[in-house]
Design a binder for this molecule. Structure first.
Ligand code: FE
Length: 417
């Protein structure tokens, strides 16, 4: 510190002259003005300025000789750099920050104290998380901080610093807030090889069942009870042909709402869901993606952007058939390749059925290894689907009309029996 003060007292003027040299063209103009007597140069300290009617009397103590020189001038232009003595600055912003102790003048009377990133240091020595500066105010800390090349670097660094503070890297806490844990269960019906999905928000304890199976209603109620969940909705991916949905029975037992895809030939829905609709279950978000082809109104559901319930549009290494219920192979190819295969590769694929005991896959895996789609053109896919020659599902004649009523028809028959 004493060396810095001594430097400022004795060497500063020489430093400024030699470090910050003027442009040659300007030097030439000044030289000519001095030669012609238009410009006279004095070195010294101003002792006093006294205003009179037509100007100012300036008293200068000449450097070296210590003689007094008195000049009568019309104007004074101060070219001695910005005043960065923050104890003397009268600016309202500076005064207010000082009053609140949010800044600390530098002890060399040059600017204010700042951290290496430009953050203000307050009167108690704390680094601010909100207030930053650059350029002249940092002169006491950096010394060379007033020229454009220096300010340019400081501005770039400060911009990066502020960006970081605006988009902090997610820590464990923010991760939990953004992607809350959900309760997710995959349940299986052996007879039809159907997967039912139980999804719930652990906070509100509200649950949804996707593609429930009539024969498994007791199982579903049991697990809901064991986990302390309230069933809010039953949601269908499509009108099934191979099993009867448990929606109507669950609805009458729990008071939940039945949701079916828009345009499905169903008369039983409490609510319809259309492409792009979002169903919210506390912190769980379920987005409907229209994936026609297996049936003409089939929906796939993307849960919290991570779990994709593909129904019969996409199976693990396979897909649903397209030869009845207004099925269309071309539409299925388009829906799978253009909508599902454009989701992130790590999206988990949970199908509506599996006949080999497989439970989960990913979009990346299916793009690579699904023999129905991988390396196959649209026409080749249509040709393949046309020649599958599958037998009609055993339950089709009773399941389709029953499911058009959310399973109600068969439930009525069941009671009669
Ligand atoms: Fe199906």
């Amino acid at each position: 510190m004493p060396e810095q003060k001594r430097f400022l007292r004795h060497v500063k003027a020489y430093w400024e002259v030699h470090r910050h040299r003027i442009a040659e063209e300007i030097a030439e103009v000044l030289d000519a003005a001095m030669e012609s007597g238009q410009l006279i140069h004095y070195a010294g300290r101003i002792q006093s300025c006294q205003e009179f009617e037509n100007g100012v009397n300036v008293k200068i103590c000449e450097r070296g000789t210590h003689k007094d020189i008195v000049l009568q001038v019309k104007r004074i232009v101060n070219c001695t750099d910005a005043n960065c003595d923050y104890l003397k600055l009268q600016h309202p912003l500076v005064a207010s920050l000082q009053e609140q102790r949010l800044l600390r003048p530098n002890t060399l009377s040059m600017g204010i104290d700042t951290a290496p990133n430009g953050a203000l240091i307050d009167a108690d020595g704390n680094v601010s998380q909100m207030l930053y500066t650059l350029g002249t105010p940092r002169k006491g800390n950096l010394w060379e901080t007033t020229a454009v090349p220096e300010i340019r670097v400081q501005a770039a660094n400060l911009a990066q610093e502020l960006l970081k503070s605006l988009n902090p890297k997610p820590d464990a806490t923010t991760f939990v807030l953004k992607k809350p844990a959900m309760l997710f269960r995959q349940l299986f019906d052996k007879e039809s090889c159907t997967y039912t999905y139980l999804i719930a928000d652990p906070e509100t304890k509200t649950a949804i069942l996707v593609d429930p199976v009539l024969e498994q209603v007791e199982r579903d109620l049991q697990i809901l009870g064991q986990l302390g969940l309230t069933l809010g909705y039953c949601l269908e991916t499509h009108i099934h042909a191979d099993h009867i949905t448990g929606t109507d029975r669950l609805r009458s037992l729990t008071g939940c709402l039945g949701i079916v895809p828009e345009n499905a030939a169903a008369t039983c829905a409490d609510q319809c869901i259309a492409d792009g609709n979002m169903l919210e279950l506390g912190n769980v978000q379920i987005r409907a993606i229209a994936t026609p082809g297996h049936t003409d109104s089939h929906m796939t559901y993307l849960v919290n952007d991570t779990h994709l319930l593909t129904g019969d549009a996409l199976f693990i290494r396979g897909c649903g058939r397209t030869d009845f219920q207004s099925g269309d192979a071309g539409s299925l190819y388009d829906a799978v390749t253009q909508k599902l295969f454009t989701l992130p590769d790590d999206t988990l694929v949970y199908p509506g059925h599996d006949y080999q005991g497989q439970t989960v896959s990913t979009i990346g895996e299916e793009k690579c290894w699904n023999p129905r789609f991988a390396g196959r053109s649209r026409n080749q896919f249509i040709e393949l689907m046309k020649n599958l020659n599958l037998p009609k599902p055993k339950k089709m004649l009773e399941a389709v009309p029953a499911n058009q009523h959310c399973g109600k028809v068969l439930v009525a028959l069941d009671y009669q029996i």
